[in-house]
Design a protein around this ligand. Structure first.
Ligand code: GAP
Length: 465
């Protein structure tokens, strides 16, 4: 991507631009909203779809060792007993006795004494540590909390018509389990040899105690997950391959490398299923935060599902004539966090001809609108007819927008703010002289004259480069 970034991005600016330009709206706003829910607006949904498309292309379409899946959100509740979520997927909840603020005990320790101080502590130890260090309530500043108690993060609902007699089901807290329960089906229908992976994009739900930071932590979010099945004891090279691939996903789409880092989890921080986890973190305006994680889940999930379901979830290795449970490497991405990261990283402010502008320097593959078609004037049919024709031709191939209101300068600014890589102006020369248009580049603001007959190819080449 283009010119040097300013360090002017703040969460307030991102939230405000997101609302003002139709990327992200507060959820159910006309009813006063619902805390920590967000709706993607017209440009936001394009951006998010493009992120998911880029992810699917890279990790499914372009790889011979990967296939896709789209499993149900509601699953047999035994799934969550087998996965360990009923037993272990909980956070230490505490209430401030003074102001009634609800806090996550481990998080407030983390905020004051770092990740390592919080990791591995049981409920009693968390409570004692907070008391001993007099860690203050983030809202009122007093240090007087209730005991820490375990709060399971899974949302429950009922399947069936009459609530009392219906079956209790969970909204899935991760998409991963949909892949494990389909391991046998995928193996039987694709006949893949190890190593191979299954990818899935879908919603997950967690009743987070402290959601916040815009779309960074919400109770309903989307994940993009891969379960990569491998021969036991081959994890070293394959884990490294996935670490690199995941990192490259972000940098190839323009994320500033200096804002990314890898963080290995300490043994005591690991989730109940993981033998090793490495996170990719991004430096958000509110500090470093997890963007993606790759975990070595070993044989944990397939073993547990075999035990709980009675189905044999094994792989027959025709080379060695052995039957065994494959191990799993799991690269897991949050789609909403990824979108938020692309928005923050793309945000820039600069000056053009003495005028300040806000420009979202999205990678062309991710930009919600690829090109804007701008007739120089709106009151000359000769110009607007030609512009409409160009728009109608291009829209069959690319997400484009037609805009005839306001000065050209104003229209450029509007497109810069939503990150449109190219603006196409149709002027009198187009219709009277050369049948060419002016194409302006968002980042350099340089302009080129391109024949209308070559326009689609020109844009395609630019957008793919
Ligand atoms: N299957 C493994 C798993 O779910 P995780 O680290 O709990 O691992 C994976 O979640 C990714 O999902 C995270 O790296 C993050 O990007 C995203 N994520 C997790 N909780 C989230 C939340 N409450 N809001 C938004 N994204 C979340």
């Amino acid at each position: 991507m283009s010119s040097p970034k300013t360090e002017k991005v703040t969460m307030d600016k991102i939230v405000s631009l997101a609302k003002r330009r139709g990327f992200v709206f507060p959820g159910s706003e006309i009813y006063g909203g619902l805390a920590n829910t967000w709706d993607y607006g017209p440009y936001g949904v394009e951006l998010k779809n493009n992120v998911k498309k880029a992810w699917w292309k890279r990790f499914v379409q372009e790889r011979e060792d990967m296939v896709g899946l789209d499993a149900s959100i509601l699953m047999n509740p035994k799934t969550w007993e087998a996965s360990g979520h009923v037993q272990s997927f909980s956070d230490p909840l505490m209430d401030c006795k003074n102001c009634k603020e609800r806090v996550r005990g481990d998080k407030i320790i983390e905020e004051h004494y770092g990740v390592e101080a919080a990791a591995g502590k049981n409920l009693k130890e968390i409570g004692e540590f907070i008391k001993e260090k007099k860690i203050p309530c983030p809202k009122c500043g007093k240090s007087d909390f209730t005991e820490a108690r375990s709060f399971n993060l899974m949302f429950r609902t009922h399947q069936g018509v009459v609530e009392e007699s219906s079956a209790m089901v969970y909204l899935r807290p991760e998409t991963a389990q949909g892949i494990f329960v389909n391991f046998k089906n995928v193996l039987a229908t694709t006949r893949h040899k190890l190593p191979f992976g299954v990818a899935q994009i879908g919603k997950a739900f967690r009743n987070e105690i402290t959601p916040g930071n815009f779309t960074f932590r919400t109770r309903e979010f989307e994940q993009m997950e891969i379960e990569y099945f491998i021969k036991p004891n081959t994890e070293k090279e394959l884990f490294e391959m996935w670490e690199k691939e995941c990192f490259a996903f972000y940098t190839d789409l323009g994320i500033n490398k200096e804002k990314l880092r890898m963080r290995h989890h300490e043994a005591k921080e690991l989730s109940h299923y993981s033998k090793m986890t490495v996170d990719i973190e991004y430096e958000f305006p509110f500090g470093w935060g997890e963007l993606q994680g790759t975990a070595h889940r070993g044989t944990y999930d397939l073993t547990r599902h075999s035990e709980f379901s009675g189905e044999e979830l094994v792989y027959f290795d025709s080379e060695t004539n052995e039957k065994y449970i494959p191990e799993v490497i799991e690269p897991s991405f949050g789609a909403d966090r990824t979108v938020l990261t692309f928005m923050i990283d793309a945000y820039d402010e600069d000056e053009i001809g003495g005028e300040q502008r806000v420009v979202m320097r999205f990678h062309p593959q991710l930009a919600p609108i690829k090109a804007a078609i701008l007739p120089l004037v709106k009151n000359k049919a000769i110009i607007t007819d030609k512009a409409e024709k160009i728009y109608n031709d291009l829209k069959k191939h690319l997400m484009v927008e037609y805009d005839e209101s306001g000065t050209i300068g104003k229209r450029y600014r509007r497109q810069d703010e939503i990150g449109t890589p190219y603006c196409i102006t149709i002027d009198f020369d187009t219709v009277e002289k050369d049948d060419a248009v002016t194409v302006r580049d968002r980042d350099t603001t340089k302009q080129e004259r391109i024949k209308t007959s070559e326009l689609l190819n020109y844009l395609r080449t630019k957008l793919e480069s």
